[in-house]
Design a protein. Sequence first.
Length: 333
Amino acid sequence: MAFSTRLTSFLRPALAALHWAAPRQCRGLSTPQGSEPSLNLGGIFPPLATPFSPSQEVDYAHLEGNLRRYASIPFRGLVVLGSNGEYPYLAPRERVEVVSCVRRALPRDRLLLAGSGCESTQATIELTVSMAEVGADVALVVTPCYYRGAMTTAALVHHYTEVGDASPIPVVLYSVPANTGLDLPMEAVITLAQHPNIIGIKDSGGDITRMGLMVHKTRQEDFQVLAGSAGFLLASYAVGASGGVCALANVLGDSLCQLDHLCRGGQWQEARDLQHRLIEPNTAVTRQFGIPGLKKAMEWFGYYGGPCRAPLAPLSPAQVEELRSTFSANGWL
C-alpha cells in the first residue's frame, strides 16, 4: 500500500515517541522475533463500564472512584468507550468528557485507548481527533456496520486507511461481530496492518484459528493482536496474541492480570486452571446477561456498577441469583 512520503515521515517519529515498555517482559508472538513494537500493547485492558446516576446521567464521581481502585491493579491501560462503556448511548459531548475525565485520573505509564468509531469515515476522523486532543493514546475504531451489506473488504480498507492517515494517534481496529453482525475480513486486516499508523486489532469473535492466522500473516508488520474476551484469553496467548481487552477485568482485574502473568511465564498448567474458572463468569457478564450483568457483578466486588441507560434493562431477581450462583460455583464469591 502506497502512502505519501510526507505522511510516513510525520508518523514514524510520532509513533516512536509514544513507545513505553510493557510492565512485564512480553513473550507474545505477534511481533517479529528480535523486534519491538512502536507502542507495546502487551497486557490486560479492562473496557470500562460507564457509570450512570439513577437519573441516567454520567456519574463522574463514581467513575473516578472506580478508577482509584483500578489504579492498584497492574493493567497495561484502560479502554474507554468500548462496547461495555455503552458507547452508542452517549452523546458526542459525553464521549469526549468521559475520556478527558479518565485521562486526568490515569497515570501516564498506563495507556488510554478510546473508542472513536462512527458510521461515517468523516465522523470517525473528527471524533478520533477530539479523543487525541483530550489525551487518548490510541484510537479504538469499531467497524461501521449499519450498511453492512456494502461493507466489502475494499470499503473497509478505504475507511480505515482514511482514518489512519488522518489520526494524530495510533489506531487499533475493532472487530466485534456479536454487536455489529460484521467480521472484519482477514484480507482487510492483513492489508491494514501495513499502514504505519494502524498498530493492532481487538478481535472479539472468539475464532482462535482466525486469531492465529492474523498473528502469522502480520508477523513482519508492527501490528499486535488483542483478545476481545477473557473466555479465550489463554488460547489467544498460545497462538501469539499480545494482550486482552476483557469485560471481566472490570470485576476480576487482578485475576486476569495473573492469567496474563502465568501465560507470559510459560506456567501453562496454572494458567489453564485459572482460565477454566473464568470461562463461566465471563460468559455470564458478556453473552448471557450483558452489561447489566457486568454492572451487577461489579457491585459485589466493591466497584460502582449502577444502572444502565435505557433501553438496557436491569436484571430480574431470578437473573441476579443465577449470576451470583455462577460466580460462587467457580469460587469467586
